[in-house]
Design a protein around this ligand. Structure first.
Ligand code: WT7
Length: 649
């Protein structure tokens, strides 16, 4: 294990334009101790400091992990859109809330002040209300990375509707399933999006998806590229015209702390994607507090998170953390590779970003393409904090990021968390924690970690232990339930190890108490930071074939999906591999498509009929040691078109 320690450079603190929020490790340790020893006092103080309640809470917390019934800030009333917009618009209406950088560097970027944001959000909120959206209704948003997507999220929050953002890379089938599950009356989209020079037909995907969604009565479309779209009279409305009807201020609806703010679908280890529901006060506090302490955000900062709003990273760190803290969020519609691999440097220097938060998959790509001289011309002098998220970052990628973009002058935080945790749970604090390349580091405030022996189920105390990662004390930003399936919520997170929240990741605690994340221990594959369950892909092919989906290490995407397929037909049709790949792209999303497909006659199974993935994984990664295979049945393929994969058994 690489345990080299990189200390925060002294000049970082000396040159800090506003003075860092925390003085150093002593303060972190003292605050952390307090957060674990007296969580209610700690969280109540943080909530009062960072959020604005229109009615104060009387009880900080009730419930337990064992029962999975946690609720926070009871009796409190607040509104997320008020916390993210109004209070900053009142204090400083000209401060820039959102900077939008388009896909194409030749197109103009846009700036939206907090004062203007209040108008945009209010008008859209008024429009949603006029379409019959009521408190508690779920509105689906299928949009590219443009300011209007943030207006849409905050407009929902303003009237107490729950937003469900679906990543605009998901297929029409996947979108349809999510709209149906959410029973949305209204879907908000654009004519098109733009990524890497290509048009993304968002409206056309929505059209196909809502064909099978009788619940949808209105599709609101923002004009973005001006591309042609088809139109269904009576259902479709152009936002741009519609919004003129509504005033630029409507008051925000007071919401109970525990009212849901949003629904976000994520892959589980089994079955269909699960709709994770987050609360208003607890979630917002997690975003605000980690924004403040992990990233050291200040109101004059310009925070650039490359995470799409279709994922939790985009929710928490592109939208809610920067806006609740009143700084500027820089949103980027394009990709790191278009029109050239220096695009991130361009965005950072052009908008004087102070923070840059991205994923190892992008860094691996850039590391292979960028030479130091390519990026020397860019002025990165405002940049103070770098961040990584989504998968373990290899030490060499960490060092490359730190040296090439950070010029060894910055602080780099590796942040470990999940859709379900709402905000960071293990991370090095910017400018505070001595960094270890490749290591997520130390628990965030209020997060009481445990490493559990997966065999005995016992907690492994002390350092130098390896096992599965769990949390033994509730925290405000944890997801409250899975929509329509609270039993699945209990079984996935709380019934695995009683009294603990189970993360699904393996972890190692080193000699200094630092946490190294070792990846998923369940059937979840992480492709370019996108989480996808093997069974979700397998079941999408069920009609055609019996499939085992295996995640194998990949230089660029972290893990890549390989499919080992046994067809239900005696003849193997020509080009079947491409057909299966296309089917997955269409029924789920392009990122879920296998990189390789192996057609075999039979899959190796136990006598009870379970596919032995362990063997397939070893075959695919070229490992020779199979372990005990005495209970495995598998016949060799007779058809010569079969890959030799299983023959080697
Ligand atoms: C899974 C959660 C949370 C933001 C993006 C992904 C993996 C996430 C790290 C990290 C090692 C990481 C875990 C986790 N993961 N961040 N810094 N180091 N692994 O959210 O889609 O809910 O996926 O991503 O395996 O369980 P998500």
């Amino acid at each position: 294990m690489d345990s080299e320690v990189v200390h925060v450079p002294a000049e970082w603190r000396a040159q800090h334009p506003h003075g860092a929020h925390l003085t150093g490790m002593l303060e972190y340790r003292a605050l952390y101790e307090e957060s674990i020893r007296s969580p209610n006092t700690f969280w109540a103080k943080q909530a009062r400091e960072l959020l604005s309640f229109s009615h104060g809470f009387h009880t900080t917390h009730i419930g337990s992990l064992a029962k999975g019934n946690n609720a926070w800030f009871l009796g409190g009333e607040l509104n997320a859109s008020f916390c993210c917009v109004d209070r900053h618009a009142i204090a400083d209406p000209d401060r820039v809330a959102i900077i939008h950088e388009p896909d194409d560097s030749c197109d103009a970027s846009r700036e939206i002040t907090y004062g203007d944001l209040l108008g945009h959000v209010s008008r859209l909120a008024g429009c949603l209300r006029a379409q019959g959206v009521q408190k508690g209704d779920i509105v689906t948003i299928y949009m590219p990375m443009i300011p209007e997507a943030i207006f849409a999220m905050l407009a929902c929050a303003r009237i107490g509707a729950v937003h469900s953002v679906v990543f605009a890379g998901f297929s029409a089938d996947a979108l349809r399933d999510r709209i149906q599950d959410a029973n949305s009356k209204v879907v908000i989209t654009t004519d098109e999006g733009r990524r890497g020079g290509k048009a993304i037909p968002t409206k056309a995907v929505v059209d196909t998806a809502v064909r099978d969604c009788p619940c949808v009565s209105t599709v609101l479309t923002f004009k973005h590229t001006g591309g042609d779209v088809s139109w269904t009279a009576g259902r479709d409305m152009w936002c741009d015209e519609e919004l003129k009807k509504y005033p630029s201020y409507i008051s925000s609806e007071p919401m109970h702390s525990e009212d849901y703010l949003f629904l976000l679908y994520t892959s589980g280890s089994t079955g269909k994607p699960k709709g994770v529901l987050h609360s208003t006060a607890g979630y917002l506090l997690g975003a605000a507090m980690t924004g403040k302490y992990v990233f050291d955000i200040h109101p004059k900062d310009r925070f650039f998170c490359s995470g799409d709003i279709g994922w939790i990273t985009g929710h928490t760190y592109t939208v809610y953390a920067p806006l609740v803290l009143g700084c500027t969020t820089v949103i980027f519609e394009g990709t790191p590779a278009y029109p050239s691999f220096t695009r991130y440097w361009e965005v950072i220097s052009k908008h004087a970003a102070t923070h840059f938060y991205t994923a190892p998959t992008a860094l691996r790509l850039l590391k292979s393409k960028i030479k130091k001289r390519d990026v020397e011309e860019f002025n990165m002098s405002q940049l103070r904090v770098l961040g990584s998220v989504g998968e373990p970052i290899a030490p060499d990628t960490w060092k490359w990021f730190y040296n090439s973009m950070g010029d060894q002058k910055m602080t780099l935080t590796d942040t470990y968390w999940q859709t379900e945790t709402g905000s960071h749970i293990v991370a090095s604090l910017a400018g505070v924690t001595p960094m270890k390349p490749g290591c997520a580091s130390l628990p965030c405030f209020g997060i009481d970690l445990a490493i559990i022996d997966p065999v005995s189920g016992e907690e492994l105390k002390g350092n130098l232990v390896v096992g599965v990662l769990a949390i033994k004390q509730p925290w405000p930003s944890m997801a409250r339930t899975i929509k329509g399936n609270h039993d699945r919520y209990m079984d996935t997170y709380f019934n695995v190890y009683k009294g603990y929240y189970f993360t699904g990741d393996g972890a190692y605690r080193d000699q200094d108490g630092y946490i190294w994340i070792r990846g998923r221990v369940d059937d979840v594959v992480n492709v370019s930071g996108h989480r996808i369950s093997t069974s979700e892909i397998e079941s999408s092919l069920l009609e055609h074939a019996e499939t085992a989906i295996i995640g194998v290490p990949d230089e660029l995407t972290g893990e890549a999906i390989n499919a080992v397929v046994s067809l239900k037909t005696p003849v193997i049709p020509l080009g079947i591999e491409q057909e299966l790949i296309l089917h997955i792209r269409q029924s789920i999303a392009p990122f879920a498509a296998p990189k390789k497909v192996f057609i075999v006659k039979d899959l190796p199974k136990t006598r009870s009929g379970k596919i032995v993935r362990r063997i397939l994984r070893k075959l695919l990664t070229g490992e020779k040691e199979f372990g005990d295979i005495s209970t495995v049945r598998c016949s060799s393929p007779k058809n010569e078109k079969c890959q030799p994969l299983i023959l080697r058994l």
